[in-house]
Design a protein around this ligand. Structure first.
Ligand code: LLP
Length: 422
């Protein structure tokens, strides 16, 4: 469910016509709907028991305004870098609602998170465990640890975003769990009081989640039998969203019910790390048609958004539904929809149906709120795409488009390269 609807032939985000945003901010631009974010946040949180930590996966959509909105909805944060940690803290998230994931946390990042006093470090290797112990000891702190165990469950998703199979780079192998928990107990500065799993992203059936939760439950029981006081169970994120008509991923309520049923008699604090399911359908990328061209047999529509602005189609072959902002009369025809970047993979759709596209027409890529703006780059020296948050009748530019001067301002030319060669 989202709040992008057509009124009088023009697509709106809540009560704001998208044409107005295009006029005032220009294109390409990401547009998010606050009402949709709030709704997703509530629908996700509501079925879980009191005390559950819903740690929004900041990597999915990391703008400070969005994080602040989610904080108001009771969300904490799942962060994977010092930068994301700082974002969560600046958005006012309570440290005891923040978990730190990732296979390669640096000493500086571990220090920052220890100083902040976060809820849990999701530790992914023996080497990281030793590093964290050293850093915690040096700072005179005790680090709350969950070991991320790789459950060897097939998430049945795109291989590029599967993370829970045994040869993926993530987590500690299942059969080493006891040994590494025992080590965590021996090392100073650590309190291994949690278990963490995450099996992948854009998962569209409940079965992999259930298999992983069942394995987690068995492991919590077995670890307790060995004397480990496991009090928190982090089941990660991964719930999929509909990208195309006909996609029917499980409802958040069914997902919650399944996980709660499996874990309810464990007496653990649950932690979830949802990203896409909160942000995906709350955002769209708006772009303008630059021109159309016909090669020998194929017709192209070239838009002003490129793979640098929305990388998912080029990276994973993902398809984002294309909407025309203004309804048009006439026949639909098939076009390849491409960006201006000098790469053949800069293609959003090989065959999209559009009505008489012409320069200046506005198009929207749907379901672009998650892993959209956050994966944007300046490739081809295109300034970073801006972001707008609509809230009812108002909209706010929550990240402005940098000028070309600002973009180039980080670079420096050493004096020997100024002027002619001597
Ligand atoms: N927790 C951990 C440890 C993760 O690695 C991820 C996502 C999440 C939570 C959130 O998963 P979600 O609920 O959003 O599925 N760039 C890719 C997706 C990469 C996902 C990485 N990890 C894409 O555009 O599809």
């Amino acid at each position: 469910m989202h709040h992008f609807e057509r009124k009088d032939g023009i697509l709106h985000a809540e009560n704001v016509p998208l044409t107005r945003i295009a006029e005032e901010v220009g294109t390409p631009v990401y547009v998010y709907s606050a009402a949709t974010l709030r709704r997703h946040a509530r629908v996700f949180r509501e079925p879980f028991p009191e005390g559950t930590v819903t740690a929004f996966s900041v990597k999915a959509l990391s703008n400070l305004a969005v994080l602040s909105l989610l904080r108001q909805e009771g969300f904490g944060a799942d962060v994977v870098s010092g930068g994301e940690l700082e974002r969560a803290l600046r958005a006012g998230m309570a440290p005891d609602q923040i978990v730190f994931s990732g296979v390669g946390k640096t000493v500086a990042e571990l220090e920052a998170a220890l100083h902040a006093g976060i809820l849990q470090f999701n530790v992914e290797s023996e080497a990281e465990l030793r590093m964290l112990s050293d850093v915690a000891q040096r700072l005179g702190k005790t680090a709350p640890v969950a070991l991320r165990i790789n459950p060897d469950v097939d998430a049945e998703t795109h291989p590029g975003i599967s993370t829970g199979k045994k040869d993926d780079k993530f987590g500690i192998p299942w059969d080493r769990a006891f040994e590494v928990y025992d080590l965590a107990r021996e090392l100073p500065g650590l309190e291994a009081s949690g278990l963490d799993l995450h099996i992948g992203s854009q998962i569209t059936s409940l079965a992999p989640f259930e298999r992983a939760a069942m394995r987690a439950k068995d492991l919590v029981v077995a670890l307790r039998e060995r004397g480990h006081d496991i009090r928190r169970l982090d089941l990660g994120g991964g719930l999929g969203v509909p990208y195309a008509e006909g996609d029917v991923p499980p409802l958040p309520s069914a997902y919650a019910e399944a996980l709660v049923k499996i874990t309810s008699d464990l007496d653990v604090q649950l932690i979830l790390e949802p990203g896409r399911v909160i942000a995906g359908n709350a955002g769209m990328l708006m772009t303008s048609v630059i021109l159309t061209k016909t090669q020998t047999t194929k017709s192209f529509v070239v838009v002003d958004a490129g793979m640098n602005d929305l990388m998912r189609p080029a990276l994973y072959g993902a398809r984002h539904h294309v909407h025309e902002v203004k309804e048009k009369a006439g026949e639909r025809a098939t076009f390849a929809l491409v960006g201006p970047i000098c790469e053949s993979t800069d293609q959003f759709d090989p065959a999209v149906q559009l009505t008489a596209p012409e320069a200046g027409d506005l198009l929207l890529f749907g379901t672009a709120g998650a892993y959209g703006a956050v994966q944007a780059s300046q490739y081809n020296s295109r300034p970073l795409v801006p972001e707008v948050l609509v809230d009812g009748d108002r909209f706010h530019v929550i990240r402005r488009r940098p000028s070309i001067d600002e973009m180039l301002g980080l670079e420096a030319v050493p004096p020997q390269f100024v002027g002619d060669r001597k």
